[in-house]
Design a binder for this molecule. Structure first.
Ligand SMILES: CC(C)(COP(=O)(O)OP(=O)(O)OC[C@H]1O[C@@H](n2cnc3c(N)ncnc32)[C@H](O)[C@@H]1OP(=O)(O)O)[C@@H](O)C(=O)NCCC(=O)NCCS
Length: 180
């Protein structure tokens, strides 16, 4: 991975299992304590697989999903929901990099390609995301790319009816990611 640049391409329905595996692995690595051990060990993969099969298999999906792949597998993905909110614009719904490969620029590369593609499809809209308040690494990452912390919300967790504190991070239109 350090010698070859991964290819960033549109996700296909056949990527659903690999995306779900990485999603589950990333949540186990970054959300322990927020999500229950039972969910993270026993349920997260099947639940995420069903979500990704549905999203990637839908004919008229509002989601744009990109994956970073190399010959040895899938190392990251980003998913943006187009026209998600009349005020805040595009929702950056998911961004995950293989926990073994964090800190090498792949997250930023996925953001730049994703934002450029959204701008082609729905020009001139702002963008936002919700990140758990406790996820200080991701908050620093988004701040470095020009995201502005713009309020707090309760974000529902995928298990039961629990929720956790989250911060909204916003980019005004047109979305310009700051140079890092
Ligand atoms: C947040 C994330 C997508 C960033 O991707 P990345 O490829 O590690 O990011 P880059 O290499 O482009 O940038 C590195 C920066 O990301 C931040 N970062 C966040 N989590 C990190 C981690 N586990 N390891 C290293 N850097 C991390 C740091 O701010 C780092 O900047 P620094 O060198 O100034 O400390 C990635 O770390 C990740 O998948 N984290 C877990 C899942 C997550 O929190 N997703 C966001 C949910 S909203």
């Amino acid at each position: 991975m350090s010698h070859i640049e991964p290819v960033i391409r549109s996700a296909r329905v056949t990527d659903a299992e690999a995306i779900a595996r990485l999603h589950a692995e990333s949540w186990r690595s970054s959300n322990r304590g927020l999500m229950s051990d039972r969910y993270l060990e026993d349920e997260v993969y099947a639940e995420r697989r069903s979500l990704w099969r549905g999203r990637l298999g839908a004919d008229d999906s509002p989601y744009l999903t990109l994956v970073a792949v190399q010959r040895d597998g899938l190392h990251g993905f980003i998913c943006l929901k187009l026209r998600a909110d009349p005020k805040w614009g595009t929702l950056l719904d998911n961004l995950h990099v293989d926990p073994e490969l964090c800190g090498r620029g792949l997250g930023e590369a996925l953001m730049r390609v994703g934002v450029a593609q959204v701008e082609q499809i729905t020009p001139g809209l702002p963008m936002y995301l919700l990140v758990f308040t406790a996820n200080h690494g991701a908050r620093r990452f988004y701040r470095r790319l020009g995201g502005i912390e713009s309020g707090e919300v309760d974000m529902p967790l995928p298990e039961g009816d629990r929720s956790a504190h989250a911060v909204r991070i916003a980019w005004p239109a047109p979305v310009l990611l700051q140079a890092s």
